[in-house]
Write a protein that binds this ligand. Structure first.
Ligand SMILES: [Zn+2]
Length: 714
C-alpha cells in the first residue's frame, strides 16, 4: 500500500557527517556532567538512560553535543598529516557519538513524550541545528581531504565497503555544491536561502487555505455520517465558536470520510472543491507563482553543478538512477490504472442508476459510490475480522516469522532491568536461535498517549557497525493502539495488523544489518520501504493464520472464507488509488523535466493531464499548488515515484517466495533474503543486491497482479 510507505521515521536524517572518537582530543572546557551526554551504561552493552530524560537537560545536551562534534570535525579537517582513508573517512565515521546519543533522547522527546516545553526547545534549536549541519557540509578543508581520499580511491580502489563509504561521503558533499568555485558557491547559497523562504511561504499558504475553508453543516445536513464523525464535527465547530453546528475542516482526515459517506451531494461538491483548490484560489495565498519560482531556482542550482535538470541530480544516488527509469515504470502502469478507473466508474454508475439517483459520476461522487460498490461486492465486516487480531498474538506471530526467516529468538527482559520512558514500553532481548549470540534489544511502545505523535514508526537507538568491533542493535517500534482495560485483549483492524508487521520489518532490517561503517546503514529513499512492505506479506501466510490469528474468546483460527474476502478486497478501488497517486508522481517528474523559463503552472498541469488522458472523474492525489511533498521542501521532489518503485520490488520478491518449494518459509529463499536484501543495507548498490536475490531485475508483472490489473503481454 502506498500510504504504508510514509510511516518510517528513522533518525538517519539526523545522522551527522563527522566527528572524532579520540576522547583525549576533546576540549576540556566542553566536558559536561549533563546526564544526557553521558556514555550509556548498564546491561546489554549499555542502554539509554530513558528514566533520566528531562527538557532542561536536553537543550544544553544538544548544544554541547554540537560543539563537541564541530571540535572533532576541526581536528579532522585541520590535520597536518596527508589525508588517508583512516585519518579522514574512518575518523568521521567514528564520531558524532555524543551527539548521536543525545539525538536518541531528542527523538523520543519529540515523538513519544512531547510537551509544550519541549516544543519551545525544538523551535529554538531548529535554526541552530541547521547552521551546525551547514558548518560541516561547507567545511572547505574537510572536503579537500575527502576529495583527496576519493581521488586516490579512483586510481587504487579500496575494499568494497570502504570504497562505498568513500563514494557515498564524497557524493554527499559534491551533490551539495562542495566542488563549486567561490563565485558559484555564493550563488548556490543565495539560491538555497531564497528557496527556503519560498518553501515556508508555500506551506503557510496551504495551511491558510486549510484553516480558512471550513464547511459548517446544520443538523439536517448530516445524512449518511457516522455517530463518531458527527460527534467530532460538533466538537470542532464548538471549538471554533460555532456552537450547534458541525465543522468539516479542509483536511484529508475530514474530507475523505465526508465524501465517502455524506448523502448531501451539493455539500460533497463544496467540500471537494475547497480541498482540491488549496493554494489555487487566485488570491494572496495562491501558490502557482511560488511553484514556478521554485522550479526555476532548482534548475539554476543544479545547473551550477552541470546537471541538465533537477531530476537527474536527485535520482543519481537512488535505486532508479535516472528520471527515465522512474518514468518508464510509471508509464508502464498508467494505462492499466486509467482503464480500471473506467470500469470502476461504470460499476458506480450502475449503482447510482439502481438507486434512481439520477446523476452522472463526478469527482465528488467517487468515494461515495465506491463505498456502495464495496459493500455490494465484498461485504467485509471489519468488526468480525478484528476478533481474530489480538495485539499479543500478533506480536508472537512476528517473533515466529523472525525466527523462521532470520533465525532470531525474542525473550522478554526482566521488568526494570532496562530503563524505559513510559511504563507501557516493553523490551525484548534478541538472540540467534542456534548459537544464542546476542543481537540486540527490541523496544515496543504500543499505545497512544498525550504527547505521542500519531501513526506508527520504527527507529534505532544504536545501529550496527563493525569497524570498531561488533556492536549490538537497539531498535524500536512505535504504534498508537488504544490501551485496553487491565486484562483485556487489544483487538486491531487488518490494516493496523499489516502496519504492525510493516514496522517490524524495519526493525528486522536494523537487527540483521551487517555493515562496517555507520554511513552504510543509511536508507535509499526508493528502496528502504521495500523490506518493510515485504514483511507485511507474512501476516496472511497459513502458518501465521493457523497459530496466531485466533478468536480472542474461542481460540478458533480465522475462517478461510474470511481471509479470502480480505485478500479479494485488497484489489478493490485500485483504479482510483493508483491513478490519483500516479498522476501526482508523473506531474512531479514532468514539472522538473520541463523548461521552467515561462512556465504557467496551472496551464502546465491542465495540459499535461489532458495529454495523459487523465480520467475526468478524479483529481490528482496532491494537485501542484498544494503538493507539499515536493514544494514545501525537497524531501520528495522528483521522488514521489519512490513509493511505487518499492512496491514493484515488494510484489516481485514476494512471488519468489510464493513460487519456492516451501513457499514463504522456504529456507533457501529466506537465506538469500537476509543475505542480499536485509543485511547489506546501503553497503551494496540496491539494484545489484536485488539481482543477487532474484537472479534478475524486478519486473512489474507481479505488481500488476497484486493490484488486480491485466498483465502486459510481451
Ligand atoms: Zn515504513
Amino acid at each position: 500500500m502506498i500510504s504504508k510507505s510514509i510511516k518510517v521515521a528513522v533518525l538517519s536524517s539526523m545522522v551527522l557527517f563527522a566527528s572524532c572518537k579520540d576522547d583525549s582530543k576533546k576540549d576540556d572546557k566542553l566536558m559536561t556532567d549533563n546526564i544526557l551526554l553521558q556514555e550509556w551504561t548498564g546491561p546489554y552493552e549499555g542502554v539509554p538512560a530513558f528514566d533520566k530524560m528531562n527538557v532542561t537537560a536536553i537543550k544544553e545536551a544538544v548544544e554541547k553535543g554540537m560543539e563537541l562534534n564541530l571540535a572533532e570535525v576541526d581536528v579532522i579537517a585541520n590535520s597536518t598529516e596527508a589525508p588517508t582513508f583512516e585519518n579522514t573517512i574512518v575518523a568521521m565515521e567514528s564520531a558524532g557519538k555524543d551527539l548521536n546519543r543525545v539525538f536518541t533522547y531528542y527523538g523520543i522527546m519529540g515523538s513519544n513524550t512531547s510537551s509544550p516545553e519541549f516544543r519551545d526547545v525544538q523551535a529554538e534549536l531548529a535554526p541552530k541545528l541547521s547552521d551546525f549541519r551547514s558548518k560541516i557540509s561547507q567545511n572547505k578543508k574537510l572536503f579537500q581531504r575527502i576529495k583527496a581520499v576519493y581521488d586516490a580511491s579512483q586510481k587504487t580502489p579500496l575494499e568494497p565497503q570502504a570504497q562505498r563509504v568513500v563514494d557515498l561521503t564524497y557524493k554527499g558533499f559534491e551533490m551539495n555544491g562542495a566542488n563549486l568555485d567561490a563565485e558559484k558557491k555564493k550563488r548556490y547559497a543565495a539560491i538555497n536561502k531564497e528557496l527556503s523562504t519560498l518553501y515556508t511561504k508555500f506551506s503557510n499558504n496551504v495551511l491558510h487555505d486549510e484553516e480558512n475553508y471550513v464547511t459548517y453543516l446544520s443538523k439536517d445536513q448530516l445524512g449518511g455520517l457516522s455517530e463518531g464523525f458527527i460527534k467530532s464535527a460538533a466538537k470542532i465547530a464548538s471549538d471554533k465558536g460555532q456552537e450547534g453546528k458541525y465543522a468539516i475542516t479542509n483536511s484529508r482526515s475530514s474530507m475523505d470520510p465526508f465524501l465517502t459517506y455524506s448523502t448531501e451531494r451539493g455539500l460533497r461538491k463544496q467540500v471537494w472543491g475547497n480541498y482540491y483548490s488549496r493554494g489555487d484560489n487566485g488570491d494572496a495565498y495562491d501558490n502557482n507563482d511560488i511553484v514556478a519560482a521554485v522550479l526555476k531556482l532548482r534548475k539554476e542550482r543544479v545547473g551550477l553543478m552541470g546537471y541538465d535538470n533537477y531530476a537527474q541530480w536527485r535520482l543519481q544516488d537512488r535505486m532508479a538512477k535516472n528520471p527515465e527509469n522512474a518514468m518508464n515504470l510509471m508509464l508502464a502502469v498508467w494505462p492499466a490504472a486509467i482503464a480500471r478507473v473506467k470500469e470502476e466508474v461504470t460499476d458506480m454508475q450502475t449503482v447510482a442508476n439502481e438507486l434512481n439517483d439520477n446523476i452522472t459520476i463526478e469527482p465528488w461522487d467517487y468515494r461515495y459510490y465506491a463505498e456502495k460498490v464495496r459493500k455490494k461486492k465484498y461485504d467485509l465486516d471489519s468488526d468480525e475480522v478484528k476478533q481474530y487480531l489480538q495485539l499479543d498474538k500478533l506480536t508472537e506471530a512476528m517473533f515466529f516469522t523472525a525466527g523462521e526467516l532470520f533465525n532470531f529468538k525474542f525473550t522478554p527482559v526482566e521488568e526494570g532491568s532496562v530503563p524505559v520512558f513510559n511504563e507501557d514500553v516493553k523490551v525484548w532481548e534478541v538472540n540467534d536461535k542456534d548459537s544464542g549470540k546476542h543481537i540486540g534489544l527490541w523496544y515496543l511502545d504500543p499505545f497512544a498517549r498525550e504527547g505521542k505523535r500519531s501513526g506508527a514508526w520504527a527507529t534505532t537507538y544504536r545501529s550496527a557497525a563493525s569497524f570498531e568491533g561488533e556492536m549490538n542493535v537497539l531498535a524500536s517500534n512505535n504504534s498508537n493502539f488504544v490501551k485496553p482495560a487491565p486484562g483485556e485483549a487489544v483487538l486491531v483492524s487488518w490494516d493496523d495488523a499489516t502496519t504492525f508487521f510493516h514496522e517490524f520489518g524495519h526493525a528486522l532490517h536494523f537487527f540483521s544489518a551487517n555493515v562496517k561503517y555507520p554511513t552504510l546503514n543509511g536508507g535509499v529513499r526508493d528502496y528502504t520501504e521495500f523490506q518493510s512492505q515485504l514483511l507485511e506479506r507474512w501476516l496472511s501466510t497459513d502458518q501465521v493464520i493457523n497459530q496466531f490469528l485466533v478468536h480472542y474468546e474461542t481460540g478458533e483460527p480465522i475462517p478461510a472464507a474470511l481471509v479470502e474476502k480480505i485478500k479479494k478486497a485488497s484489489t478493490f478501488n485500485q483504479g482510483f488509488g493508483t491513478t490519483e497517486y500516479l498522476a501526482s508522481a508523473l506531474i512531479d517528474m514532468k514539472l522538473h523535466l520541463a523548461d521552467p523559463t515561462d512556465i504557467d503552472i496551472d496551464k502546465f498541469e491542465r495540459e499535461t493531464l489532458a495529454e495523459m488522458n487523465m480520467p475526468k472523474e478524479l483529481p490528482m492525489r496532491h494537485r501542484t499548488p498544494h503538493f507539499g511533498h515536493v514544494f514545501s521542501g525537497e524531501g520528495y521532489a522528483t521522488a514521489y515515484y519512490g513509493y511505487m518503485w518499492a512496491d514493484v520490488l515488494t510484489s516481485d520478491a514476494s512471488e519468489a517466495f510464493r513460487d519456492a518449494p516451501d513457499g514463504f518459509y522456504d529456507k533457501e529463499v529466506a537465506d538469500k533474503l537476509v543475505k542480499y536484501l536485509f543485511a547489506p543495507r546501503n553497503a551494496m548498490d540496491p539494484a545489484e543486491a536485488y539481482r543477487l536475490f532474484r537472479g534478475r531485475d524486478a519486473k512489474i508483472e507481479a505488481l500488476m497482479r497484486d493490484r488486480g490489473f491485466p498483465v502486459p503481454q510481451n
